[in-house]
Design a protein around this ligand. Sequence first.
Ligand code: PXL
Length: 281
Amino acid sequence: MPQTAHSPQHSASAPALALTIAGSEATGGAGAQADLKTFQELGVFGIVALTCIVSFDPEDDWNHRFFPVPTEILQQQLDAIQGDYPERLRAVKLGMQGSPEVIRTSAAALRRAAWDHVVLDPVLICKGQEPGHALDTDQALKAELLPLATFTTPNHFETEQLSGMTVRSVEDLTAAARRIHEISGAAVLAKGGMHLPGPDAVDVFVDGDTVEVLSAPKIGQSGVSGAGCSLAAAVTAELAKGATALEAARRAKEFVRAGIAQAVEGRTPFAALWQGGLRSA
Ligand code: PXL
């Protein structure tokens, strides 16, 4: 390969790198847009391989319209990225995959390289997808991606699905997070969000013998778009910079709390998290 003026030395202040393999969400609340903004905000050089394009439909109650990126095109993106940074890229986040074929393509790319951190946001359903199709996607995600994850961030629904347990309390959430940790070997940050009763938004972190309940007052009455994506992206960014899994979970929760407090209102039913929340907190 030809040497260029800027290879092969990297300055000591060069940023850490992080890749997200995720979908586009056009209004800028969720998906790859949220991931990239989060990476940038936390001082990490962000890279995207796009899996699908989601556009909410203003004429149909903002339901999701979903267009999958053909797997050859995802492969081309991954080839470019992995060819460019064969050694430096050690942290990846997996967001919405959307189909079993995309999951297999992502899993194969992950197996081709050595990773320090594989953060799985196990996005299981997206409105606008066929239920049968979504079930295949769920099974492929469990079979192909969960075993590769070093950290996973399931929401309430995904925690129930992945653990096979019902979650109605913090104790249930803890038991389910432990189960997912046993199945996957990954650090687990299971999110109660707005789904558990009480004044606080409670998440449970489980890794080996460490169990920590992370709690912060709920803000508003409904969820905010991009909260799950930004949380997992913030975990990925902090891990890429060298944080421990527990430190990454704590900082990510703080990042998301500040972003929800200053969410951006539009016409969709959910406001969008502002990734700059900590700057003006
Ligand atoms: O929040 C889950 C999510 C992830 N990725 C994309 C999305 C959504 C939800 O709308 O559109 C691309």
